[in-house]
Design a protein around this ligand. Structure first.
Ligand SMILES: *Cc1c(COP(=O)(O)O)cnc(C)c1O
Length: 476
């Protein structure tokens, strides 16, 4: 039946003459409009051929071919216009993270501090001294200012910055170990997710992996016995979101550093998160700080800019001047370096740590340090406001835990208070989908068949938007 309608579909040339498409043709050009028309025509052909597609098409009114052709042409015109509109909107959108996962890799990890945003706007809106020395008026080196900040903050000798921690690990191993061996404990041959696997990174860096010990136990003597004339680096990798518990053993970083020093081999630690703050008061006991690793005697450490540090995506490499110099002069450095925006945001982020304002000014740190008491108060106030909106939703509070994410201490949970939503009209899954389609999209959790918001990751400034999303939901 629908196959007959196929014959009513207008031809491209005919569609291109339609008055409704002339302004689009003038703006985007005839070729682009023709391309979109082809796509939409193909889509409609498919829909006419498949039974279920008929529902999305103008109904077959069984009128004459001309009238049906006009109805289909109008539909095509609308869809082409919508396609152009959709392409004008940016595809990467701001979302409200109501999951409580502080470092949510799928949601862009660390939000930046207001100071970092100001720095980005300032630097990006004009020219800057990225590679220009304002004292001499000569060409300068990228990252000199940030390197100085790291030295003052952590007492390290030198610093380099690349695109992310994966790049930092790769570049460090390629510089220090290409053609030689890298010693790693079998308990640290991990995959971090997103295809970052320690053995693969070592292989790609041009070095050979020398595994020592066993999955659960590796002794200092295992490292010692593996050292030979080909050894270039001893690698210690943070196990990230993986834990070995029970009958375990590994040498302390200081012991490993002493061995490395005695044998004149660099000890390189892939820290992953790059925490500068002691998180023990939060009950997090297995997240080493960058300061501890440097103090233990690591020659080089690498960590992410956008995990616990709370800055932009970057990979930070700190350590001995001689080694960092070799890393910086590796020809791959040019391919992995970061732009002026990353420097602007990193400098502002490091400045917050230097001035002791990190726990309040860095959103990631503020979210981690939010007490359950303060979250309960916010949740109560939110529910009071939500109830006034007559959303026909039921709200209850519930004690639960937030997850840190980003590979940080998978076992530690931060106590929180969830706002649970229930509806007589919709299931939790339906609520979740509707909120995800809000503008801005709201990403929430489902806990025991209830939709839940965790305000830990929602800034107070975004609570009004969250309330509007609920209001829109009940109006739909
Ligand atoms: C997260 C992580 C990485 C990768 O960091 P990116 O900045 O995402 O590239 C590398 N190593 C460890 C141990 C990690 O936890």
């Amino acid at each position: 039946m629908s196959e007959n309608r196929l014959r009513h579909l207008p031809a491209i040339d005919q569609l291109l003459r339609r008055a409704g498409l002339q302004s689009l043709i003038a703006a985007a050009g005839r070729d682009l409009v023709r391309d979109r028309l082809r796509e939409v025509l193909a889509e409609l052909r498919q829909e006419l051929l498949s039974a279920n597609g008929a529902a999305t098409l103008p109904a077959d009114t069984k009128t004459d071919a001309e009238t049906d052709g006009e109805a289909l042409a109008r539909e095509i015109e609308t869809r082409v216009q919508q396609r152009f509109l959709r392409r004008q909107q940016s595809q990467t959108q701001r979302v409200i993270n109501a999951t409580g996962v502080v470092l949510h890799t799928n949601l862009g990890r660390a939000p930046l501090s207001p100071a970092a945003l100001t720095a980005i706007t300032d630097i990006a809106s004009g020219y800057c001294n990225l590679e220009y020395d304002l004292t001499t008026g000569q060409r300068g080196k990228r990252g000199t200012g940030l390197e100085q900040m790291w030295r003052e903050l952590l007492g390290c000798e030198a610093a380099a910055v690349v695109n992310n921690c994966a790049a930092a690990v790769f570049l460090t191993l390629n510089t220090l170990a290409e053609g030689g061996e890298v010693i790693v404990s079998r308990g640290e041959l991990i995959e971090i997710g997103g295809s970052f696997r320690i053995p693969d990174v070592i292989a790609k860096s041009g070095a050979r992996l020398r595994e020592v010990g066993t999955t659960n136990r590796t002794r200092l003597s295992d490292y010692e016995q593996a050292i030979n004339e080909h050894t270039r680096v001893i690698l210690r990798a943070h196990p990230s979101n993986y834990r070995i518990t029970g009958f375990t053993e590994k040498p302390s970083l200081a012991e490993l550093a002493a061995l490395a020093k005695a044998r004149q081999i660099p000890l390189f630690e892939d820290l992953g998160s790059g925490c500068l703050v002691n998180l023990q008061p939060l009950g997090i006991h297995d997240e080493p700080t960058v300061q501890e690793s440097l103090a233990a005697g690591c020659s080089v450490v690498a960590f992410s800019g956008d995990k616990l540090l709370g800055g932009p995506q970057a990979g930070i490499i700190l350590g001995q001047a001689e080694l960092i110099k070799r890393i910086k002069t590796n020809p791959l450095m040019r391919a992995l370096r970061v732009d002026k925006l990353a420097y602007a945001a990193l400098e502002a982020t490091v400045a917050a740590y230097a001035s002791g304002r990190a726990l309040t000014d860095i959103p990631t740190q503020a979210a981690l340090h939010a007490s359950q008491e303060s979250l309960t108060q916010r949740a109560r106030a939110f529910v009071r406001r939500a109830r006034k909106l007559n959303t026909q939703l039921q709200f209850t509070l519930r004690d639960d835990a937030s997850v840190i994410g980003g590979g940080t201490t998978p076992e530690t949970k931060l106590p929180t208070t969830l706002i649970c939503l229930a509806s007589v009209h919709w299931t939790a899954d339906q609520l979740e989908t509707k909120l995800r389609q809000n503008s801005p999209p709201v990403i929430a959790r489902i806990v025991e068949d209830q939709l839940a918001f965790d305000l830990r990751t929602v800034s107070p400034a975004n609570e009004a938007e969250l309330l509007s999303a609920l209001q829109r939901l009940s109006a739909s």
